[in-house]
Design a protein around this ligand. Structure first.
Ligand code: ADP
Ligand code: AMP
Length: 215
């Protein structure tokens, strides 16, 4: 099964992808995570992407579709994929069709996480992750069970993203509205879009997604 989690920054894509990975053994392909790893490693892709990401704008279609193609090639053919943060433009949606087709994969579901824009700044400015395993947290909505200790791996190191500030979030939301939301009709025409209330509790959102995937 191959699915896309679609929604604006802070909608809960990464949170839900991590849960699907744990529950169903699928693999999460997050272009944001892969780009941040490239920036950290100082690769040519990372060097090109850094300033664009810091500004909250979109990295080029060629770069992100390139890294998705490379990531798909690392996977066993029968493992299910969750696309998180990709595709974000019509050109990327077209590339994804070609990348999947060339690997005998098909897109089964596009899950749209519907959220209130007003809540997103709050979600994003409160976001932090475990520096060791990447588990996602929030200052108020998802705190570690023991303060300062990661639930999943026990690490005491956490980090925040440099682009998770109010100004950049506004640009990222504008990019979503202008370039990403318009790709939904491509998938609606194929009857593979399901809309989930992303404002519900994290557990409720997970249950709604699993119900859709079980159909
Ligand atoms: P995305 O990957 O779509 O940018 P995240 O999954 O990182 O979004 O979620 C953004 C922030 O909001 C995180 O700090 C996360 O813990 C929190 N969050 C995610 N889903 C919910 C939810 N349903 N209710 C409240 N907070 C949530
Ligand atoms: P994310 O982790 O999904 O919030 O992405 C963080 C940043 O990485 C975005 O603001 C973009 O600059 C860049 N990025 C991630 N995925 C893509 C994509 N599919 N297309 C273009 N830019 C992307």
């Amino acid at each position: 099964m191959n699915i896309i989690l679609l929604g604006p920054p802070g909608a809960g894509k990464g949170t839900q992808a991590q849960r699907l990975v744990a529950a169903l053994g699928m693999v999460q392909l997050s272009t944001g995570d892969m780009l941040r790893a490239a920036v950290k490693a100082g690769t040519p892709v990372g060097l090109k992407a850094k300033a664009v990401m810091d500004a909250g704008e979109l990295v080029s279609d060629e770069i992100v579709s390139g890294i998705i193609g490379e990531a798909l090639d690392q996977l066993a053919p029968d493992v299910g994929v969750i696309f998180d943060g990709y595709p974000r433009t019509a050109a990327q949606a077209e590339s994804l069709d070609a990348l999947l087709g060339a690997r005998n994969r098909q897109l089964d579901h596009v899950i749209e996480l519907a959220v209130d824009e007003d809540a997103l700044v709050d979600r994003i400015t409160g976001r932090f992750t475990c520096a060791s395993c990447g588990e996602g947290y929030h200052d108020r909505y998802k705190t570690p069970k023991v303060e300062g200790v990661c639930d999943r791996c026990g690490s005491t190191e956490f980090k925040r993203r440099p682009d998770d500030n109010e100004e950049t979030v506004r640009t990222r939301m504008a990019e979503y509205r202008a370039k990403t939301a318009p790709i939904l009709p491509i998938y609606e025409e194929r009857n593979i879009v399901s809309r989930v209330d992303g404002m519900a509790d994290i557990d409720e959102v997970s249950n709604a997604i699993v119900t859709i995937l079980d159909r």
